[in-house]
Structures are given as structure tokens and as C-alpha cells.
Design a binder for this molecule. Structure first.
Ligand code: PSU
Ligand code: MN
Length: 310
């Protein structure tokens, strides 16, 4: 544990909030380096921190910088990750030993953001979309490590569902197998990132941050090791036309297949391609839904703190 502490740098502001039982919300960094183009990625990363602050919580953008796990990146570190883009290693669980041993930088995915958040004592994490079971996974076996992390790390992840670059039905089956609750914030239906509906049901609809906090704390009281997935639909005014986005996704998938894109490149490739095809509309939606998730995550983190005190 002592050795671990040497590798983990919690920003003083984040540590103070944790020590005083004030709400903290973790944010991932692959969304900065690989999920959006520069400079919108840096602008969004800084703006989402402001959204968290204005909702009464402390943001902790998570990354690996020079071989140190950071819970709370500085503005300069966020700019560095955003400018470096895909030159920074996309760091999943299996990358951690190499990146840390070699004192490299790593952009954390949902997986490693959960891992580091948990080491730092942070319970709630806001992002855009999670990885999942890819279409055709019955042949490729491409299943995101995000699902395994949700199965084994007790952090609440607030997202806008998952993009239909994935097989959403299989993703839900996998989460069920692993005992991960999938909650719909104000919805019975799993949102599909750019659109509010997917045709699949969530496990439970939850309408308030208080109830999300109750369920999270109940999972802890039961001694369960799993995380929890909160799916929060994109606000109506920013949601995209289903036909437009479906067509872009199909085109992107076909292009990935043609080029033989595979492994960890798949998700970043598809995200960039969809953005190109939709002429930037999808990027605007993406930014808006992240803000919306940051707000719900902040309110829920605050509710968890209140209930812990009571
Ligand atoms: N899906 C999105 N936006 C993202 C990602 C996924 O809609 O930015 C990123 C996240 O960091 C997620 C990772 O954890 O991609 C999943 O990658 P993979 O499918 O290779 O596990
Ligand atoms: Mn994969």
C-alpha cells in the first residue's frame, strides 16, 4: 500500500474534498486524447470541470503522467493530453504495468479511470460513453475491459449509454452476467449516446440523485465488489436524428472493416470517423451529453456525502 501511494498523486484540492467528505467527481482522459479533436477536447475537458464545480463538487481528471497515477490533473496536464492526442498511449488495465514502469504518459479509459478513482477513494465518475461488447464479438471477441472493470471495481459510472458501434443487447447481457446494475436516470430505456432511445430496457429507472446514492451505498453495505452504471439520456435539444447517426455508424463500421482496424484502435477510429461523416454535429452532441452527465454525477456524489454523514 505504501508503495502504491508513491505512484498515486491526488491533487491537494481533491484530497481536501475527500478528507472533508465533500463530493468529488472523476473524469477520464481518453475522451480528451482519443475521443475528441484538439482544441475542442481541451475546451471540453476544462468546461466539464467547471460544470462539476458549479454543481458543488470537485473535479478530478484522471490520467497517468510521467508514470504517476494522477487523481486531479492540472490545466497544463490537460492541455498536454489534448495536444498530444493519439500520440499519448490509450491506457487500459493491461497497459498499466508498462506505462508506469517506463514512466510514460497514459490516457485513462473508463477502465483505468475507475481503477485510479477507486485507489484515490473517489466513488463517482462521469463520462460520455463506455466501451462494451462490439458488434461481431462472437467472432472477434472484442469486448471492452470497461465491462470487466464495472464487474470488479466499486465506482459509479455516469454515462449517456453506449454508441451503437457496439452490440447494445450483448453489452447488457454481459453486465447482467457480471452483476452490474444498469440504471436509467429518468428513463426506462437504455439511451444510445447520440439518441435517447435504443429499444433496450434498463434494469431500473431512477428519477433522483438521492435514490442513485441509496443504491450505490446499498451495494457497498452488501459488500459487493462491482460498480454501477448510470445511463443518462442526452438532453432532447441536443439529441441527433436516429437515421443520420445510424447511417454514419454503419459507414464507419464498414470503413473500419475495409481497413482492417482492430484491437484498441477500433473505438477511437470509429469515434473519429463518425465525427467526420456527421460534419461535427456529433461532436457538439457529445460535448453536451458529457456536461449533462457531469451535472448528474455531481448531484449524486453530493447525495452520497450527505447520506454517509447522516
Ligand atoms: N466510447 C465513447 N467515447 C469514448 C470511448 C468510448 O463513446 O471516448 C473511450 C473510453 O475511454 C472508453 C474506451 O473507456 O474508449 C473504450 O475503448 P475500448 O473499446 O478499446 O475498450
Ligand atoms: Mn476492444
Amino acid at each position: 500500500m505504501e508503495a502504491l501511494k508513491q505512484l498515486l498523486e491526488v491533487a491537494p484540492e481533491v484530497q481536501a474534498a475527500l478528507d472533508e467528505n465533500r463530493p468529488v467527481v472523476a473524469l477520464e482522459s481518453t475522451i480528451i486524447s482519443h475521443g475528441m479533436p484538439y482544441p475542442q477536447n481541451v475546451e471540453t475537458a476544462l468546461a466539464v470541470e467547471d460544470v462539476i464545480r458549479s454543481n458543488g463538487a470537485t473535479p478530478a481528471t484522471i490520467a497517468v503522467i510521467g508514470g504517476k497515477m494522477k487523481a486531479g490533473c492540472s490545466r497544463e496536464e490537460i492541455e498536454h493530453l489534448g495536444k498530444s492526442g493519439t500520440n499519448v498511449t490509450k491506457c487500459s488495465r493491461r497497459d498499466m504495468p508498462a506505462i508506469l514502469a517506463r514512466s510514460m504518459d497514459g490516457a485513462t479509459t473508463v477502465t483505468t479511470t475507475m481503477l485510479i478513482a477507486h485507489l484515490a477513494g473517489i466513488s463517482v465518475f462521469a463520462t460520455g460513453g463506455i466501451g462494451g461488447v462490439h458488434r461481431g464479438a462472437e467472432v472477434t471477441m472484442d469486448i471492452s475491459a470497461d465491462l470487466e472493470e464495472l464487474a470488479s471495481t466499486p465506482v459509479m459510472v455516469v454515462c449517456a449509454g453506449a454508441k451503437s458501434i457496439l452490440d447494445l443487447g450483448l453489452t447488457l447481457e454481459y453486465l447482467e452476467t457480471k452483476g452490474v446494475p444498469v440504471l436509467g436516470f429518468g428513463t426506462d430505456e437504455l439511451p444510445a449516446f447520440y439518441t435517447r432511445k435504443s429499444g433496450f430496457s434498463v434494469d431500473y429507472r431512477v428519477d433522483t440523485p438521492e435514490e442513485l446514492a441509496d443504491m450505490f451505498l446499498m451495494q457497498r453495505a452488501l459488500g459487493m465488489p462491482n460498480g454501477m452504471l448510470v445511463t443518462n439520456p442526452i438532453p432532447e435539444e441536443y439529441s441527433m436524428d436516429k437515421a443520420v447517426i445510424d447511417k454514419a455508424i454503419e459507414e464507419a463500421l464498414a470503413e473500419a472493416k475495409r481497413l482492417g482496424i482492430h484491437g484498441k484502435e477500433t473505438t477511437p477510429f470509429l469515434l473519429a470517423k463518425i465525427k467526420d461523416i456527421t460534419g461535427g454535429d456529433s461532436l457538439d452532441s457529445n460535448i453536451r451529453l458529457v456536461f449533462n452527465n457531469a451535472r448528474v454525477a455531481s448531484l449524486t456524489a453530493a447525495a452520497i456525502c450527505r447520506k454517509k454523514k447522516a
